[in-house]
Design a protein around this ligand. Sequence first.
Ligand code: MD5
Ligand code: FE
Length: 204
Amino acid sequence: EIISLGEQSALLRGYALPWERHLLKAIDTITSQAFWRRLQTPGGRAMSVQTTNSGSWGWHSDKQGYRYVGTDPLTEKPWPELPAEVIGLAKNAAAHVGFSEFIADACLINRYQPGTQMGLHQDRDEYSFEHPIVSVSLGLPARFLWGGLQRSDRPSRIELRHGDVVVWGGVDRLRYHGIAKVADGYHPQLGAQRINLTLRRAGP
Ligand code: MD5
Ligand code: FE
């Protein structure tokens, strides 16, 4: 099932389910090398979401600001490799929404425990906004807040569930978005958490 979210964005319900085994294994492998962490905002506060990365670039935040870095600041080693199956999932999903030949070079992984949320923001740290972003939701469901091009635009809400994939690009690429506070619960594969992978082209 394809649910249109905007002119150039869509929710592909359950699209990642055939890749579930690869995704769970990838998360285990990646987080055994690049541990979950709570990043500091440029203002010095700890984010409530836990993150890690894989691929050529990883998203990082500290007092110097938001940016992509080629090595994990915790280990000073390159980020773990992004598995070919996951790059393939993102490429296939993007093509369904009209973005052909999308090759991700960065995968930001976010972990939400019950009570965690992500405030409305835009994703604008990538080198170019011409590429789409593909997001994969796993574990507990969450309400996605889907706004407009101005922060003051009132967001609509849509539930993202285990296995859902969303593709955003083109005119929808810079829309404000966030995640409402994740409710308590238990997921058979992932327990009391929601994990989101965002696949991006961060570099040139
Ligand atoms: C999440 N993560 O569920 C979301 C999913 C992030 C983030 O927002 O920055 O880590 S990605 C949602 C997204 C990405 C790019 C554009 C838009 C939404 N959009 O235009 O709405 O952890
Ligand atoms: Fe975002």
